[in-house]
Write a protein that binds this ligand. Sequence first.
Ligand code: GLU
Length: 289
Amino acid sequence: MPPVFRFAPSPNGYLHLGHAFSALLNFDLARQAGGRLLLRIEDIDATRCRPEFEEAIYEDLAWLGIAWETPVRRQSEHFAAYSEAIERLSAQELVYPSFESRAEIARLVAKRETKGAWPRDPDGAPLYPGTARSLSPEERERLIGEGAPFALRLDMAAARRRTGGLNWRESGEGPAGETGEVAARPEAWGDVILARKETPTSYHLSVVVDDALQGVTDVVRGTDLFWSTSVHRLLQELFGLAAPVYRHHRLVRDEAGHKLSKSTQATGLRELRAKGASPADIRRLVGLP
Ligand code: GLU
């Protein structure tokens, strides 16, 4: 079976050099391995994703000389599959709804921080304090019945008890040079959100469901997602799914050394193209042969 690679952008802005590097690397590696390349549109966030950005993704990738298989999977068309996955976790009593707003969570965390440092996740956000875990089933039903907004969270401690130790095979590198067999540390993320009332899935859940459903064998993506892999390994284990091989790659940075953002024009592919850059120039700019 040929290996299956994928490039999975979110259409919430125009692609920049960082995306070009990731997409070209996936394309090159798939070619070298005689494998397939899929393109997946990760558009679960209806408030930020726009059709013109999606169109631009197809245009920019084609301009770079990248070819991908069709049909393209668009996550917004598969909410039912993600809901079904959450139900399987719910049936194992690993999911609970939390009702606090972001501001309320910040207040709860601030209160705990008066008694000492409160743990933060690998992205630097404070862990959810777990307050809603102890709500009674009646209380949960009442709040949902009243139409209160909620987030469905994974009960991390319970999930961890089901799975025990987990590793993944890393053929790239983590932020501190981690490579080879890496021990997953999903507990570093606390009770992660799996879905919200208005978005019945999350990045972690849909990426795991789709990578498995699409038979992805090689996940090649930026090192900023390195520790997310811990959560992905945990979900794969809970669902009984095979783990792909991971290859996290360096991030393309701007002249000041900052991570690129979708709103910086200087590194946008459209801007560079308008200024006369060729696809070969883009390869050179991101350090690819
Ligand atoms: N959609 C994610 C992003 O644009 C990438 C997901 C992944 O490669 O796992 O950052």
